[in-house]
Design a protein. Structure first.
Length: 248
């Protein structure tokens, strides 16, 4: 099927693994034309083999000029923009590592900003931007000084963007996943309560976007617990988080 025959087109960053990879496959199966972006060229090739509805773009989103070069002219133009690319590294025992924090912020925050700057000339009324954050942004968690702070920045950027773009008719959705089984979380050595599969994550995201939700939380029980704790005074939050971690 030629790209001109596609009425729905989606761009997905971070499409070479985890949630982004599953989203690319699921949207392609639904008949969307998918622009799948990532740095792993082997995985990008596998996505193109998976479906004729997928075209891939290989570049590093932390490089603004490269991001602009690869995303400035897309045909067909997406009407759904899913900014999913990101990484996670942990701080051990509260020992700050500036280089580690820089790497995480470069991918999660600067990569998001670069992607938006590169694609915003193509935004039209009725388009939707979906930004993948994390429930970790709503509560201070152990070892998450870099990851949690970066996702807090991602959440703020997305929510502020929603305010600024409202009058233009461009809608913004912020996505707050809990634990999802991916190559990234496979590296975790701690208990991950109520972890879900990438298929469950993809379904929650696609259903939420289809319903026009401004915020998508999943899994519901786990994210509801953390959101409830986040409403408490900081001292109580710290007590409950420390107690919860000890029980795991």
């Amino acid at each position: 099927m030629s790209s001109a025959e596609h009425h729905n087109c989606v761009l997905i960053t971070g499409a070479t693994s985890g949630i982004g990879n599953q989203l690319a496959k699921d949207y392609a199966d639904e008949g969307y034309f998918v622009w799948a972006c990532g740095r792993n060229f082997e995985q990008l090739g596998e996505l193109e083999e998976y479906s004729n509805n997928i075209r891939t773009i290989g570049f590093d989103i932390s490089d603004l000029e490269s991001t602009k070069l690869h995303l400035e002219s897309l045909s067909p133009e997406p009407s759904l923009w899913i900014f999913n690319a990101g990484t996670c590294e942990y701080i051990d025992d509260g020992r700050m590592d500036a280089e580690l924090v820089g790497r995480v912020f470069s991918a999660n925050v600067q990569g998001l900003v670069n992607s938006i700057e590169a694609t915003q000339p193509m935004y039209r009324s009725g388009h939707r931007i979906a930004v993948v954050g994390s429930i970790a942004s709503e509560l201070a968690l152990p070892r998450a000084e870099a990851y949690g702070a970066s996702k807090a920045a991602v959440s703020y950027i997305a929510r502020a963007l929603a305010v600024d773009l409202k009058n233009s008719g461009v809608n913004v959705t912020t996505i707050f996943p809990g634990f999802v089984k991916t190559p990234l979380t496979d590296k975790n050595t701690f208990s991950m309560p109520m972890i879900v599969s990438v298929k469950e994550a993809s379904l929650a995201i696609r259903n939420g976007i289809k319903a026009g939700k401004s915020n998508i939380y999943f899994p519901k029980r786990f994210t509801s617990i953390l959101r409830a704790i986040s409403l408490l005074p900081y001292e109580w939050q710290s007590y409950l988080v420390n107690r919860f971690v000890k029980e795991q």
